[in-house]
Design a protein around this ligand. Sequence first.
Ligand SMILES: NC(=O)c1ccc[n+]([C@@H]2O[C@H](COP(=O)([O-])OP(=O)(O)OC[C@H]3O[C@@H](n4cnc5c(N)ncnc54)[C@H](OP(=O)(O)O)[C@@H]3O)[C@@H](O)[C@H]2O)c1
Length: 286
Amino acid sequence: MKNILVTGASGNIGSRLIEHLRGKELNVKAGLRNIEKSKTIGGDNVELVEFDYDRPETFKNAFSGIDKLFIVPPMVPDFKQRFRAAIESAKKAGIKYIAKLSVSGADSTSENTFQKMHGEVEEIVRNSHIAHVTINPVEFYQNYSNFYSASIKNEGKIYLPQGKSVKSMIDVDDIAAAFAVVLTENGHEGKMYNAAAYDYTNPEIAEIFTKELGKPVEYIDVPEEAARNEMQNHNMPEWFINAMMQLHYAWKQGWMVAPHEDLFSLIKKNPKTFNEFVKENAGAFK
Ligand SMILES: NC(=O)c1ccc[n+]([C@@H]2O[C@H](COP(=O)([O-])OP(=O)(O)OC[C@H]3O[C@@H](n4cnc5c(N)ncnc54)[C@H](OP(=O)(O)O)[C@@H]3O)[C@@H](O)[C@H]2O)c1
């Protein structure tokens, strides 16, 4: 029986991946920084284990007996060194396969912060010579519930500096489903897959909210300076504000469109639409 460690098991994708692996003929370890906070994840074939990149002393126990590793790199500055130490430890522990969450356009030489961070992590995985597979998702539908829901709920407005270009999007549960496939089936070593479900513009997204919530929701294409000021007013760190502004700019230019075929070939069903996402999460926006 295979043994899989899911790091970031309390996160958007990690928590859903655990559910896709639950009950299968596998031993699953859910890697958590704080076990007390996420106790309900355990049970069935899922065991909880401490895993924290900031506490290398957690690596040995977390990696012990593991064949396959799921990685969701936290987007924090100076992550590279901590990640390198973790991969060295994974190699020593005999881990044979890594499934890594990345992002479209990941490249260690990119001028865009998130693409650069993911590119650096990928280089470390490649240099480890452990077999690996990478999945590059486009924008999560859940950004609208995790980050933009307050103004939708309180004012019926989506304020973003993203223009009106089309962008590819996906539900995190479909990303998790794709990872469950590459972690449980053979033949994905060395592959890199796009994970994109459908394309939408922000005005279309506002129309979908209007229809599914039964109240008017409008998209406001805000100037970049206003978006930057808003993040500064929320005391977000400057590096993160810059990284987000780079992303918004790419969305505005219509650069964030990815092919859809890979996702369909992995999950073998139609992925969730944005309408379905809004219906399922209506409580977050009303
Ligand atoms: N949002 C998007 O549209 C989008 C699109 C493409 C790619 N991505 C990529 O997706 C990733 C985010 O995925 P997500 O939404 O699933 O993340 P998430 O919900 O923010 O979860 C991050 C997970 O990592 C854990 N974590 C944070 N710091 C850690 C540390 N030092 N050691 C061990 N674990 C740690 C968190 O644990 P705690 O619960 O303890 O904090 C949490 O379980 C990023 O790499 C991002 O670049 C995002």
